[in-house]
Design a protein around this ligand. Structure first.
Ligand code: PEP
Ligand code: MN
Length: 259
């Protein structure tokens, strides 16, 4: 497989899709929307790192099969989270890019395994900031991913644990310019997990674009009230289409195009 990097200059890469892969039909609905908007990436979790063991844990390999099939048929590249060193090889058989989540930022054995498996093929890695990690700790951990030669690592700010409870996490928008100053890696902003609720997603996405993000992550679902994870924060297809138009205007104001 030949891998395509996440990001090109002058563009903002949209990484949209459901929190969890739940069914073939769900993924096809999402993929059709993304394809129609001219987007290129489909996200979705198959192995979910859940706070509670009683919450939906993901479809596992069956979810990966669905994602690979839908991605191929709709011409979309695919991104899913890796939570276990033992899964790295399996995931790379199915998807185009790997996400490392906030709960695993400092799981150095996982980072080493991902680095080793992508050092030659250069599969893109989306590396989320730990919810309690400083930028220094995050950048230092990111080096575990590049040490074997993979140049396609993108950082992702996704909100921090603070005293504030009005939002799910506190989005550190200043991380965007700081990363641009301190690193050559592109920076994505996941606006869904800090929002926690769909109402806040548009404002955070506009702020991220204005701050200079290279990529946006947004969770979307055909039927959010029945989503198996993160229902309150996922946009419907119609909400996402409407937001996409607004975001293109904001992107144009900073000389970029969302792709
Ligand atoms: C996700 O993107 O599905 C996810 C679990 O995110 P985070 O690691 O930021 O909580
Ligand atoms: Mn989620």
């Amino acid at each position: 497989m030949s891998y395509v990097p996440y990001h090109e200059a002058g563009t903002i890469t949209m990484l949209a899709g459901p929190c969890s892969i739940e069914s073939q039909e769900q993924m096809e609905t999402v993929a059709a929307t993304l394809q129609d908007l001219g987007l290129h990436w489909l996200r979705g979790g198959a192995f979910k790192p859940r706070t509670s063991p009683y919450s939906f844990q993901g479809m596992g390999e069956e979810g990966l099969r669905i994602m690979a099939d839908v991605g191929r048929r709709f011409g979309l590249r695919t991104l899913t989270e890796v939570v276990d060193t033992a899964h790295v090889g399996l995931l790379l058989q199915y998807v185009d890019a790997l996400q490392i989540g906030t709960r695993n930022m400092a799981n150095f054995e996982l980072l080493k395994a991902v680095s080793a498996a992508t050092g030659e093929n250069h599969a893109p890695i989306l590396f989320k900031r730990g919810m309690s990690a400083t930028i220094d700790e995050w950048l230092s951990a990111a080096e575990y991913l590049t040490v074997d030669g993979n140049p396609n690592v993108m950082l992702c700010e996704r909100g921090l644990r603070t005293f504030e409870t009005a939002t799910r996490f506190t989005l550190d928008i200043a991380a965007v310019p700081v990363i641009h100053k301190r690193s050559l890696m592109p920076i994505c902003v996941d606006v869904s997990h800090p929002a926690g609720h769909v109402d806040l997603v548009p404002s955070l996405a506009k702020a991220a674009i204005a701050a200079g993000c290279d990529s946006l992550m947004i969770e979307i679902h055909p039927d959010p009230p029945h989503a198996k994870s993160d229902g309150p924060q996922q946009l419907t297809m119609d909400e996402f289409r409407a937001l996409f138009v607004e975001l293109q205007t904001v992107a144009a104001a900073v000389g970029k195009r969302i792709v």
